[in-house]
Structure formats: structure tokens, C-alpha cells
Design a binder for this molecule. Structure first.
Ligand SMILES: Nc1nc2c(c(=O)[nH]1)N[C@H]1C(S)=C(S)[C@@H](COP(=O)(O)O)O[C@H]1N2
Ligand SMILES: [Mo]
Length: 200
């Protein structure tokens, strides 16, 4: 039997047109991709710290976090390992709503997302502060599953999913876009799936 990847790709393109980024295929399930294990997180001690190039550093508790307005986002997600999942429904705090809590210094140009377990990823402010980007706490109307980053993860649907940092615990505002965990191992600094920015 011959596995003709090119034919499969062609078929996928015929079926989905421009909705499917190049080199991706559609999955129905939702794969779990974690470097390391799933951390145990207690909501009583959960914190989100906003620090770096801000006028005043701030820390948000779970209670405060859940008091922010909730934004629902219906979109597709794309993983660099070539799967895409269509029509997902996430909800959480929209980044522009969250950003009301800090005053950025003019030198701030990018952000590093920090996670329980040490995972990091970088985004320019331009890619970060978008209304469809969330600190997501809900998936399909249910609390975000632990293995998918619950209680809260970053959700940046216009870039490959490695940018959507799971178990988020801090956002650090920095003067330059500097590589995070996978970016240091050769992943693209930005990661636009429609431009196939997979590796650098
Ligand atoms: N904290 C943390 N966040 C992470 C990762 C990780 O290993 N640790 N993996 C990233 C990668 S490479 C991908 S593709 C997505 C996978 O998210 P999922 O497991 O919910 O599909 O999470 C991203 N966020
Ligand atoms: Mo990934």
C-alpha cells in the first residue's frame, strides 16, 4: 500500500478550501500535547501575576479572575504537529479586558507567558492584545479539562497552538520578542499557520 501524503493533502484542500492552513489535516478528537506531566492546581492558591514592564505589578486571584467579563470564541485551532480542529468553543477573559488591570510602560513590546511546570512562550503585543485571545477557563460550556490546561490557559487561535500556554500563571511584559521554550528549540518565533511558520 502506498501512503500518498500529497494526494491526501490535495483532498483536504478540496474539501476545506482556504479554511485549512497548508500542510494541516482535520481531526475530530482533541489531542493532548504536553512536555512533561499535568500539574495539580488548587483554585484557592491559583494566581495570575502580571509583571515586567508595567507601572505596577499585579496579581489576580481565581475569584478576581472569574469576576471579569466572559467572552465566547468560536474558532478553529491549528497545531504545528499538523492537526487542525474546526469549530471549537472556548470562553474566558479576553486579553483587552484583562489588560485594563495594568498600565504598560512604553518600552513594552512583547510578552512571555509563564506556566506551572516552567513552560514559556512568547508573543508580540500585536499578536497578544486581540479581542479573540483569551485566558480560557471554559471549553464547550464545561471547565477546561486539566490535561488541556485547566483551570486556565492562554488561547491564541490565530497562531499555532504551542502559543496557547496551558496552566498559565504569569505574563511578563518585555522590551523585545524573545524565544520561549519551543521557540528556543527551533520553533518559529511567531507561528502563523497560514504562512506555515513552523520552524525557524
Ligand atoms: N504549559 C504548557 N503549555 C503548553 C504545552 C506544554 O507542554 N506545557 N504544549 C504546547 C503545545 S506544543 C501545544 S500543541 C498545545 C497543545 O494543547 P492541548 O494539549 O490542549 O491540545 O499546548 C501548548 N501549551
Ligand atoms: Mo505543539
Amino acid at each position: 500500500m502506498t501512503l500518498d501524503i500529497f494526494k491526501r493533502r490535495e483532498k483536504e484542500r478540496e474539501r476545506y478550501g482556504n479554511r485549512l492552513p497548508p500542510g494541516q489535516h482535520v481531526v475530530e478528537n482533541w489531542p493532548v500535547l504536553t512536555y512533561g506531566g499535568t500539574p495539580k492546581i488548587d483554585l484557592r492558591t491559583w494566581k495570575l501575576r502580571l509583571f515586567g514592564l508595567v507601572e505596577e505589578e499585579t496579581t489576580i486571584s481565581w475569584e478576581e479572575f472569574r469576576a471579569f467579563p466572559v467572552t465566547d470564541v468560536h474558532t478553529d485551532i491549528h497545531c504545528v504537529t499538523t492537526w487542525s480542529k474546526f469549530d471549537t468553543n472556548f470562553a474566558g477573559v479576553s486579553i483587552p479586558d484583562l489588560m485594563v488591570r495594568v498600565r504598560l510602560m512604553p518600552e513594552a513590546k512583547a510578552v512571555i507567558a509563564h506556566c506551572h511546570g516552567g513552560y514559556t512562550t512568547n508573543l508580540t503585543l500585536d499578536d497578544f492584545v486581540r479581542p479573540e485571545n483569551l485566558i480560557a477557563h471554559t471549553y464547550e460550556g464545561e471547565p477546561l479539562p486539566k490535561e488541556h490546561g485547566g483551570p486556565a490557559r492562554l488561547f491564541v487561535p490565530h497562531l499555532y497552538f504551542w502559543k496557547s500556554a496551558k496552566w498559565l500563571n504569569a505574563l511578563e511584559f518585555v522590551p523585545r520578542d524573545t524565544p520561549g521554550f519551543w521557540e528556543r528549540y527551533g520553533y518559529h518565533l511567531r507561528g502563523d499557520p497560514f504562512k506555515e511558520e513552523r520552524y525557524s
